[in-house]
Design a protein around this ligand. Sequence first.
Ligand SMILES: [Fe+2]
Length: 256
Amino acid sequence: MKFLVVSDIHANPEALSAVLGDALQEDCRGFLCLGDITGYGPDPDACVRLVLAQARDAEMAFVLSGNHDAALTGKIPVEWFNAHAQRSVQYTRSVISEASVEWLDSLEHTARLDNATWASHGSPLEPLTGYLWGGLETAIVFSWMTDSEFSLCFCGHTHEAALYYGKARKKVIAPAPGDAAVFSDVPAIVNPGSVGFPRTFNGAKAAVRKGRVPPVSRASYPAYYAIWNQTERTVSWREVRYDRRPLEERLSRAGL
Ligand SMILES: [Fe+2]
């Protein structure tokens, strides 16, 4: 079965709609959302609705909550966040519906996807707060994966598409859109990148140079996601462009 894998949507319905439209060609029957559906962006309820609809239509769906979602109900103290994120938590609390908060509050932060595959918003060992950047913290997670007999782990939270693999923490790859990986029993950690708020444009410069995609601009802004083929044990990283200008107008009106 193929899964659409998304993370860090951050209340950006334009980006999420672009991803859902682009992924239609893959005929994914599975859906995995790694959390942070809300935060930073202006439209949390719209993104909750889109994620819920996608999960309901999927044959198998896993939807996790992230640190921004958890902050809405105080599971993470707002002081944990930087000033920008604190403002966005306050804004989100002021506009989001009670039903959305209740649903987000019901979500788990981790999930066992199958016998060999785990998923969490951040590090499996600190699902809401731990970042995996390919350093010692990632090596510790590899040890945990080996002990727990997981060979593949999906994590978001850093807003940067990544592949970490092997026992040595040096084996780190920042995948470009279109890159794919085939997995064996060697532990691997996959980050699909961020749908709504990427912090780096993975592979964009190389892809622009090769004429595969236009230069990044507000009118042509990347949203990242991945396709996981559970049966064939492959992951491919994807990018789709959308016009970010309407979102930025709403961000500015909301003072975000
Ligand atoms: Fe996030």
